[in-house]
Design a protein around this ligand. Structure first.
Ligand code: ATR
Length: 272
């Protein structure tokens, strides 16, 4: 029940209305009997939103596009991993002090840990904001990083940061030679409504490759569908989304939410 003690959390992004975060966090607050509500805010800029967080005692926030980098200038403290990634996606309000964290990088590596990351050749497709977080996570877990991207300059900058190899997505001969143990798509290629688009040639994957996508609309992208037909193990984008949300929930409440339960609840949502 919402009353005068209800604590406020929310996502700050623009756009933010499409976000599935209110759905999972409000479910979790209810499920764990926490008197809190999670809303969506669509500000034009982020500085005043943080003033509002302090003034209204908003307890925590998810930060999404386009504010993940700009928000960093207005925080009181930034966790060292978020600093290294160069982006904040989570804020915890500790008595008016706003602390920034990044749960995206952990969300990418947690589902891969059971398969082992250390020493594995991990190919990241893309070099944007999502790729930055995923690359940091893999680097931290001592995977052997390979970056491939359409825009060479952007790709090379990311590769240099983590001493990784780089191949252009146009360099078909080199792509064939990568033969990664793990392939992770961090681009928007294949996202609804362009579901027939493919970010990496399926012929260049072996059945031994573990293929992960960060897209969750559709749940089974063309990349994952094709990889599965080849016999590859796959991890869908909902897994990463739920992991980043679960780690935010832990930072705010101290509770490790049941990710499998949250997955079931989200799959019942007909928008997925
Ligand atoms: P995000 O922060 O969500 O990662 P972004 O910073 O815009 O978003 O990055 C998007 C990534 O998807 C980039 O690597 C982009 O490639 P470029 O650097 O070449 O622009 C990649 N991307 C988007 N559309 C693409 C397409 N049609 N083909 C190949 N790569 C694409």
């Amino acid at each position: 029940m919402i009353d005068s003690f209800t604590q406020i959390y929310g996502v700050f992004g623009n756009p933010a209305r499409h976000s599935k975060s209110p759905f999972i966090h409000n479910f979790a607050f209810q499920y764990y009997h926490i008197n809190a509500v999670y809303l969506a805010f669509e500000p034009d800029e982020i500085a005043k939103s943080l003033e509002a967080m302090r003034a209204l005692n908003i307890k925590g926030a998810s930060i999404t596009l386009p504010f993940k980098e700009t928000v960093m200038a207005y925080l009181d403290r930034i966790d060292e991993d978020a600093e290294a990634v160069g982006a904040v996606n989570t804020i915890v309000n500790k008595g008016g002090m706003l602390h920034g964290f990044n749960t995206d990088y952990k969300a990418a590596v947690e589902p891969l840990k059971p398969f082992g990351i250390q020493g594995k050749k991990v190919c990241i497709v893309g070099a944007g904001g999502a790729a930055q977080a995923v690359a940091y996570g893999i680097y931290k877990e001592k995977g052997r990083l390979v970056i491939t991207n359409r825009n060479e300059k952007r790709g090379k900058i990311l590769a240099e940061k983590y001493k990784a190899d780089f191949f252009s997505l146009d360099d078909i001969d080199s792509l064939l030679k990568i033969q990664p143990d793990i392939l992770i798509n961090t681009t928007s290629v294949g996202m609804s409504p362009n579901i027939s688009d493919l970010c990496f040639p399926l012929d260049y994957l072996s059945p031994k490759t573990l293929v992960m996508d960060i897209i969750y609309t559709p749940l089974k992208t063309r990349l994952l569908h094709g990889a599965q037909l080849k016999g590859c193990r796959i991890i869908d984008g909902l897994t990463m989304f739920l992991n980043q949300g679960a780690q935010q929930f832990k930072l705010w409440t101290g509770i490790n939410p049941d990710i499998e339960l949250m997955r079931k609840i989200m799959l019942k949502d007909k928008n997925l």
